[in-house]
Design a protein around this ligand. Structure first.
Ligand code: ATP
Ligand code: MG
Length: 571
């Protein structure tokens, strides 16, 4: 491709709305242009990268025996009503005006409907179906360029099995394929235990990349063995010890005491004797959750226990429900609430909590004796430096970007849509499903986040839009122009993808800057002085290493360089 004819609208200035390097560089290098908030056009250079990503994803999905199909983006809203996901997606789901259709944000419903109509027997399974297709999500804060768009390409796949063991196999195949995809795309990633969220299901893992600009928070053990999204992360807290306390509940006057720290100081007790109440609204009754001391409740864990979204109850409503303000609320004698407690408080006695009366607390609470606790669960938010639950060292809390997600859905969708089959004994059973997604533009943005410097993008060989940028400097020299033209065809014939900066009216300084910005792995520079000595210069973008090669050996040298890099990614 000749740069003089190629539509690559590069810009020098950093776009005002672009806060992260990948967003800045994708716009500056002319790969993409915004069309609306969270909606991007992929220009020719960007599309070449996207096609490289698609090629890798397709190869790895085919390798595990997945079959490619293409499902429509328009989806009957009725299917989504039947699985309850019109509410679950809420504002994120794009509805069409005047037609009972939505723009699909994912495809479990459509796949499950296909399974319902066409999978009749256990003999029809296992199946793994995948597609590479546009998804639509009305993201509330589309930001960071293509990292979070309102329209984006996803590789989504779905496994259909007769048994949970079959699902385990399909899930493991995907975990393997994902590891290969992200390694081949040159991304340093880790796998984290994750919450199934609004998708429902029995288990899931996220493929993540550590990044300051990530919207997810993860807990990682320093040894690197444990990694989990904060929504499910736990730490080794050890069982709580309780000393029997037969004293009856008694009221303590605690004037002006609002916080747990103040209460501990006022009573002269340790934090583990204090049960703090936090109140949330879920689907039904308000929920009071007891946490130990200053332990922070994790809303995602609560939402997953309740199976519905939750929000904290506002101060005013709290007062009308309990008769007290935030710091004085407690579980004893409280009616009209679902009362839950954190796992650390299991078996708790001799505890202090709010009296539902401002400036008063209750002491000597025995949870089993004095409160109607409906369940103990892990609701706690883990903290930096706590020990990983698997003994792999202290935890570090970091921000991360989700690259891909694999879910064991189980029979949730099959149950909702009636997708059943006849098992070996001729009995009807629901299809066991898995669902697996990867954001394709997000792979590109993440690759750039990890592979760039102050001058521009530093493409890894597998995603690079071209292998080589060929630069002719000294435009007036006929020898330079002729040699550059000859090398352009020679390299092309040798199967090397070359972007030829043949612009006659552009100075060497601009050409070098553009080549660094666009970031092809290898630059071949034809200059007057070197050429007079029969030499051509090669610059490796990643290391900045320069070498001079005899004209006759140039193509062979470049070929070697490009192939070596390809193999490194392909291992
Ligand atoms: P996130 O938490 O980042 O919103 P998600 O949990 O909604 O992601 P999934 O529904 O699991 O994501 O979608 C599968 C994959 O699609 C994600 O792992 C991610 O790579 C990609 N993806 C999701 N939302 C977007 C988006 N708005 N823009 C670009 N890619 C996205
Ligand atoms: Mg999302």
């Amino acid at each position: 491709m000749r740069l003089s004819q190629f539509f690559v609208p590069t810009v020098k200035e950093i776009p005002a709305d672009a806060a992260i390097p990948s967003h800045q560089l994708m716009v500056r290098s002319g790969m993409v242009r915004p069309v609306a908030a969270g909606v991007y056009a992929f220009l020719p250079l960007g599309l070449r990268v996207l096609q490289n990503v698609i090629g890798i994803v397709r190869e790895e999905m085919n390798r595990i025996g997945a079959q490619e199909m293409l499902l429509p983006a328009l989806s009957p809203v009725e299917l989504w009503q039947r699985t309850g996901r019109v509410e679950a997606f809420g504002e994120t789901l794009f509805h069409l005006k005047g037609r009972p259709l939505v723009l699909a944000p994912t495809h479990e419903e459509v796949v499950c409907e296909l399974a319902r109509t066409h999978i009749a027997s256990y003999r029809d399974m296992p199946q793994i179906w995948y597609q590479i297709q546009t998804k639509f999500r009305n993201e509330p804060r589309p930001r960071s360029g293509v990292l979070r768009g309102r329209q984006f390409l996803m590789k989504d796949s779905y496994s259909l099995d007769a048994t949970p063991e079959g699902l385990d196999r399909a899930y493991a195949l995907h975990a393997g394929a994902y590891a290969r995809i992200f390694s081949r795309c040159g991304i340093r990633y880790f796998v984290a235990g994750a919450s199934s969220g609004a998708m429902g299901g029995t288990g899931s893992q996220e493929f993540m990349m550590e990044s300051e600009s990530g919207e997810d928070v993860v807990a990682l053990s320093t040894g690197g063995r444990y990694a989990a999204n904060m929504e499910v992360a736990t730490s080794a807290m050890g069982a709580s010890r309780w000393t029997p306390d037969d004293a009856p509940v008694s009221e303590v006057h605690t004037p002006g005491v609002r916080t747990i720290d103040e209460l501990a100081a006022f009573l002269g007790v340790t934090h583990d004797r204090l049960a703090k109440s936090v109140v949330y609204q879920g689907g039904g009754k308000p929920v009071l959750v007891l946490m130990m001391g200053n332990d922070l409740l994790n809303e995602a864990k609560l939402a997953s226990v309740l199976g519905t979204d939750v929000r904290p109850v506002e101060a005013e409503r709290l007062r009308s429900l309990t008769g007290a303000d935030g710091g004085s609320i407690g579980p004893v004698g409280l009616r009209g609430f679902t009362i839950l407690a954190d796992e650390r408080l299991r078996g708790g006695c001799g505890l202090v909590s709010g009296a539902n009366r401002n400036d008063y607390h209750l002491a000597h609470i025995d949870l089993a004796r004095d409160c109607a606790i409906e369940g103990y669960h892990d609701f706690r938010t883990v903290q930096e430096a706590e020990q990983a639950p698997d003994g792999s060292g202290p935890l570090r809390i970091a921000r991360a970007i989700e690259l891909g997600h694999i879910f064991k859905l189980g029979t949730k969708y099959a149950d909702a849509l009636g997708a059943t089959f006849l098992d070996e004994r001729g009995a009807g059973a629901p299809v066991v499903m898995g669902s697996y997604g990867i954001g394709l533009e997000r792979i590109i943005a993440c690759h750039i986040e990890q592979h760039h410097d102050a001058d521009g993008i530093v493409w890894g060989a597998s995603l690079a839009p071209f292998d080589v940028q060929l630069i002719a400097v000294g435009g007036r020299s006929a020898a330079v122009a002729e040699t550059a033209e000859a090398l352009y065809s020679e390299m092309g014939e040798a199967g090397i993808d070359v972007l030829f900066d043949d612009r006659a009216d552009t100075g060497p300084g601009f050409k070098f800057k553009d080549a660094d910005l666009l970031g092809m792995p290898c630059q071949v520079i034809v200059g007057e002085r070197n050429l007079a000595a029969g030499q051509i210069e090669i610059k490796e973008r990643g290391t900045g290493r320069r070498s001079l090669v005899p004209r006759a050996a140039l193509t062979a040298n470049v070929k070697e360089l490009v192939t070596r890099k390809d193999e490194a990614w392909n291992q």
